[in-house]
Design a protein around this ligand. Structure first.
Ligand code: 4NP
Length: 248
């Protein structure tokens, strides 16, 4: 199946966990506000930044120059969107794996992490039970609710990760269609990267679709995602700490 459906006009925000109070908080003097939108959609907004966090955020946003990004607002978390076909197997798992790593490093408040599908067929559904179970066995909770990619994603996200070549092509086709209907950043296509381009331990070029296969397919997906997410986060942190022309 290929090609994107028309963009979603309904308000369907995913669960966006900017700050998780159950993990170690490197910035204790910050509070959060939870705004319930409906029975399964919560936006967690972060308020009151300490000066050390302001510094960290400035560093995070400075990586915009080192990786594809149009983010110029230094107070904005760095935003990463994972995209596959249905948004019920690979990209929700990628979202969970990456969030888990970010939480372990105490960087939760510096990131906005989300996922989407190039089709809206599974919109509103939980991730595939097989994917959730395989992730759970590795201590990773997959909580996201499926939604299709939308035009605003090209404005809002700094980095868009496609799971396979077809996904990447579909994401770029959607951009080409939508940019004639509403203003989208001209450099947005540069934000779209293949997930496996970050893999260090694996030589695969794509994260294979596990949907019609057996259980070993879900394990392979997680092996690739753990490899890619680890080195992607390393490269983000590294580039945010690198001196930029503006700071030298
Ligand atoms: P995903 O997997 O793109 O990794 O979420 C799939 C989910 C659903 C379908 C195909 C792939 N489907 O054909 O419904």
């Amino acid at each position: 199946m290929s090609g994107l459906h028309g963009f979603c006009t309904s308000i369907n925000p995913k669960l966006i966990r900017i700050y998780n109070p159950t993990t170690t908080n490197p910035f204790p003097n910050r509070t959060t506000t939870n705004l319930c939108l409906n029975h399964h959609h919560v936006i967690s907004a972060v308020h009151l930044f300490s000066s050390s966090e302001a510094l960290t955020l400035r560093r995070v946003s400075s990586m915009a120059t080192a990786t594809p990004s149009s983010s110029t607002d230094e107070s904005k978390p760095f935003s990463v969107l994972f995209v596959c076909l249905g948004n019920i197997c690979r990209s929700p798992a990628a979202e969970a794996v990456f969030r888990n790593l970010v939480e372990k490093r105490g960087l939760t408040s510096n990131f906005r992490i989300d996922s989407a599908g190039t089709i809206g067929y599974h919109e509103g559904n939980k991730a595939d039970g097989r994917m959730r179970a395989a992730s759970q066995r590795r201590g990773i909770e997959v909580t996201s609710i499926s939604r299709p990619i939308r035009p605003s994603d090209f404005r809002e996200f700094d980095l868009i990760l496609a799971m396979d070549l077809q996904n990447k092509e579909d994401i770029l086709s959607a951009y080409e269609r939508w940019r004639f209907k509403e203003p989208l950043p001209p450099d947005a296509p540069k934000k779209v990267k293949l997930m496996c381009s970050y893999c260090k331990k694996h030589s695969e070029k794509e994260v294979p679709d596990p949907y019609y296969g057996g259980p070993q397919g879900f394990e392979k997906v997680l092996d690739l995602l753990e490899d890619a997410c680890e080195s992607m986060l390393d490269s983000i942190v590294q580039s945010q700490n690198a001196p930029t022309s503006a700071s030298t």
